[in-house]
Design a protein. Structure first.
Length: 170
């Protein structure tokens, strides 16, 4: 009970695009599986089980667990503590946004576990700025570019909402 069909929902039947670090990944449905294009290489992704926001996958034969949350327009996927947002490539809005006008945003509601930076700190692309917990998983919010912290809008222990600005980097 509570387990969804292995077949993806309608919004996942469309081509999707995301970015993990510097890699852009295109996700294309192909029957009961997906073909992920990563830097020109095709990787087969099979859904083993999908229930309650958790997906057990086989990625090129390796088992991977992903946690998924969504609203009407966006879908966030967390794998190994890193969260990325999928967007439909067939619509007007393309690409991936973890930020909003330079501010890194919460991918889903959760609680701030630690803040590693202060206003004025120089940061490097990929550096963990803060850690939050959502749906019993840890999410690292990382700098998307080199820069300087302009503002920190949250504190340890604070509860945040989806798309709330957490840190601004210039």
């Amino acid at each position: 009970m509570g387990e969804e069909q292995v077949r993806p929902r309608n919004d996942m039947d469309k081509n999707m695009k995301t970015t993990f670090g510097s890699q852009t990944i295109e996700l294309n449905p192909s029957g009961e599986q997906y073909v992920a294009s990563v830097e020109g290489k095709n990787v087969i992704v099979q859904v083993i089980r999908a229930a309650n926001g958790r997906m057990d996958l086989l990625v090129d034969g390796q088992r991977v667990t992903a946690y998924v949350s969504s609203d009407m327009a966006k879908r966030w996927v967390t794998v190994d503590g890193k969260t990325s947002m999928l967007t439909k490539t067939s619509g007007a809005k393309q690409g991936v946004r973890h930020d909003h006008a330079g501010g890194l945003i919460a991918p889903m509601p959760g609680q701030i576990r630690s803040v590693s930076v202060s206003v004025g700190d120089a940061v490097k692309k990929g550096q963990t700025l803060l850690r939050m917990e959502a749906m019993k998983m840890e999410i690292r919010i990382q700098a998307l570019k080199d820069g300087v912290v302009k503002s920190v809008s949250v504190a340890q222990g604070q509860t945040v909402e989806r798309e709330q600005i957490l840190v601004e980097v210039e």
